[in-house]
Design a protein around this ligand. Structure first.
Ligand SMILES: [Zn+2]
Length: 96
């Protein structure tokens, strides 16, 4: 039921899109989430590495592969934000 599924080829396209920045000599861009610099040479799965953030979350009907709606974000920021709206904190029960 997950609408967050990435189609085949997505990660390769994302890597190519990120590499295109480097090809233009752009090595650092601000993170779309926290605003701190993202090092585009930083690959992999650790928290500070680069990742693609969708301007319109795919779960909200945004296009998965429209690179004009892509932004760069830290892997950490991207996964922390996910595609959810912030969940209201659980309140202490008033049932007592
Ligand atoms: Zn960030």
């Amino acid at each position: 039921m997950s609408r967050n599924h990435r189609p085949a080829g997505y990660y390769r396209l994302a890597a190519r899109w990120l590499d295109a920045h480097l090809a233009q000599g752009i090595e650092v861009v601000p993170c779309a989430v926290c605003g701190l610099p993202v090092d585009l040479n930083h690959r992999g799965r650790d928290p500070d590495s680069r990742s693609v953030d969708h301007l319109v979350p795919v779960s909200k009907g945004g296009p998965m592969l429209d690179t004009s709606l892509w932004r760069v974000a830290h892997y950490r920021c991207n996964t922390a934000r996910g595609n959810k709206t912030p969940r209201p904190k659980l309140r202490p029960s008033r049932a007592w």
